[in-house]
Write a protein that binds this ligand. Structure first.
Ligand code: NCD
Length: 331
């Protein structure tokens, strides 16, 4: 694991030109330079986080961040909360299950309510693709997408890119196999966008029923055979079978899915000997991934991904609030 690949600040355009966006809605809006700017900014927080609670920064002191989650979450919600608090912000969480959403309030009315409370940033997760953009268009503060439907999950792709970069020393010129329920996965979509943009070969490995149409337009190669798809890969990224988004019979059974697409130690032998194994969590152990692979202390990066999630979210909250905080050059 190395920080050696951080670019010097002088490589980037000055001030706000290094990251030109008011919101973080998707990887689709970003340039490769903007991605690497976020990754470099995140690197500095990794060591600080490891150093423990006493070393927190307070550059977001006095700011209020609202986490509005209209869909369940463990790691994304907690890591955004921890990220905001480590930077000194006041963080408020709104869980849709306990909010007026359950009383029939529309998304726009909820957004206007949150806006009236004068948050300095909002982090939003929603079950519908496009919902986060809709809210961003209506409110006065930066909005960060924490996952919208099947559309995008940009901070997940950024934390995955940081994990790969630290493990492999680079995040370009690698072969990455993204395997499983690609059809329902915003994680897959954001990762395909980020990893192709950074110059990696991306393969998508999924049963035909879980492969989105027109994948070639995203500059990836599709495989239905798992052994072929992960052959000589540097990175094997597994996805959760998203049963809650399936409204029909996509698969015969979990047992058959495991037989054909589950990541077993034997199957992993097809990838490069030093291939890493990733999973965004939550995992279905014994379905898309065997426990022995998920818990492999050398090859699995699953807990490191969670750790990088805090650092990446600290970087995103810092960067997106710079205009508001009047940081020099960020007008
Ligand atoms: C993912 C999500 O919610 O999109 N999880 C996460 O954010 N770590 C993936 C999933 O739910 O399978």
């Amino acid at each position: 694991m190395t920080s050696a690949n951080i670019r010097p600040a002088s490589d980037y355009p000055p001030g706000g030109d290094a990251f030109r966006h008011r919101h973080l809605i998707g990887i689709a809006q970003l340039t490769p330079w903007e991605i690497s700017y976020v990754l470099d900014a995140a690197e500095q927080w990794v060591d600080l986080n490891r150093a423990g609670a006493a070393k927190h920064d307070d550059q977001l002191a006095g700011l209020t961040i609202i986490n509005a989650f209209f869909e369940n979450s463990t790691r994304t919600l907690l890591s955004f909360e921890i990220a905001g608090k480590r930077l000194g912000a006041d963080v408020v969480n709104m869980h849709a299950a306990q909010s007026s959403v359950k009383k029939g309030e529309t998304l726009i009315d909820t957004a206007m309510t949150l806006n009236a409370m004068r948050a300095d940033a909002m982090v939003i997760r929603h079950g519908s693709s496009g919902a986060v953009q809709l809210i961003a268009d209506k409110v006065d503060c930066p909005v960060l997408n924490a996952g919208d439907g099947r559309h995008e999950h940009p901070t997940q792709a950024l934390l995955d890119a940081l994990t790969i970069r630290r493990r492999k020393g680079k995040v370009e010129g690698l072969t990455v196999a993204i395997c499983g329920d690609v059809l329902h996965s915003r994680v897959a979509r954001s990762n395909i966008l980020a990893l192709t943009l950074l110059g990696n070969e991306v393969r998508v490995v999924a049963p035909p029923t879980l492969t989105p149409p027109a994948m070639e337009r995203m500059h990836v190669t599709t495989f239905t055979d798992m052994d072929e798809g992960i052959r000589d890969a540097d990175v094997v990224m597994m996805l959760r079978l998203q049963n809650e988004r399936m409204d029909g019979a996509y698969l015969p059974s979990a047992r058959e899915y495991h037989a054909l697409y589950g990541l077993t130690p034997k199957r992993l032998e097809k990838a490069k000997p030093d291939a890493i194994v990733m999973h965004p969590g939550p995992m279905n152990r014994g379905v898309e991934i065997d426990s022995i692979v998920a818990d492999d202390p050398v090859r699995s990066t699953i807990t490191e991904q969670v750790e990088m999630g805090v650092a990446v979210r600290m970087a995103c909250l810092d960067i997106l609030t710079r205009r508001k905080r009047g940081v020099a050059g960020w007008n």
